[in-house]
Ligand binder design. Sequence first.
Ligand code: KDG
Ligand code: MG
Length: 403
Amino acid sequence: MKITDARVFVCSPGRNFVTVKIYTDAGVYGLGDATLNGRELAVVSYLQDHLLACLIGRDPFDTEDIWQYFYKGAYWRRGPVTMAAIGAIDMALWDLKGKALNTPVYNLLGGKSRHQILCYTHANGRDVAETLEKVAALVEKGYQAVRVQSGVPGLENIYGIAEKGRSYEPALRGNRPAEEVWDTAKYLRHVPKLMAQIRDQFGEDLHVLHDSHHRLTPIEAARLGKELEPFHLFWLEDPVAAELQEGFQLIRQHTTTPLAVGEVFNTIFDCHQLITHQLIDYLRVTVSHGGGLTPLKKMAALAEVYHVKMGCHGASDMSPICLAACLHLGIAVNNFGIQEYMGHNDLANEIFPHEYRFERGFLYLTDAPGLGIDFDESSVSSYPYQQAYLPLSRLTDGTLSNW
Ligand code: KDG
Ligand code: MG
């Protein structure tokens, strides 16, 4: 079998998605997600101007060699734009291989290690009362794990909190990023009170997660982790910006709250020390931004050796194709932890019909071949690209900070 064509599509059913489609002389095609929130067109250019033509004539089953060709062959390695582009091609090739062999991708990754995939979703009220209401509604729907965020008294707009009556979407339309104001002292006073009320109302059985979204220093994170210990979090996510892997040593010395990190990582070299020094408990690299299934299965294997479990980033700013790839990996590896699941709007679900389904706290896959996903190309003209950016964050004195 030979690759005959490869194309990239951008559509915006409420938010931007970038999709790669690889065609073969056997009539089978594969789909990959190349969406990089706020930098979509940079990935489109990387794919269109530098990668896709090199696929023509290749055997699509050679996933390992094609991955190495693009990773080592560029000379310039790593980075989110490069790895999202390579990741989409790799995902599309695994999808294609599964379809050609008439088997789900998980069978190519080791088969099923479990029959259902534990997932968590987000509760994000503007204050504690609204957050408690949202958690109650999710528990009602059967969720067994909920990521709990709430507005912080004295701060206007912060990460993770939806506008009234709308579902949360971090990227805002416009030609430059919006700016938010951040105050760590206020946040650190608020979160333990929030978690105390959550445990009070929902008891010990609910898995509770929380995302600090890279905003703390290691010693601040250590304090938060320590103060949250009585509430037994499933994980504390991204307590610090993780370019400095050693920063986690300080947090780890002080707290037994489990730590999760990795949604902005692109290669194993972003997290090898975090894993091998046992500084984290969950690795959150996602399949698209981490360069595809080829490197993700290697990351999962390294993590397994060091008791680190997988918890792939699954925000709604990756398309259902990426979520499907995370689920195939998640069902196959032994060291699966949990899958983030925000779901997508109805339009996105129509444009990307998929086989995975949510039921009472778990996600399920069928035995549909490949990733069990499709893409409606007419969405490109009906819902064209819309410029949108993630916000940025400043401290109260104007200092630029981590969003
Ligand atoms: O594009 C950025 C979002 O994906 C990110 O802010 C979401 O932190 C996030 C999460 O845990 O889902
Ligand atoms: Mg996060």
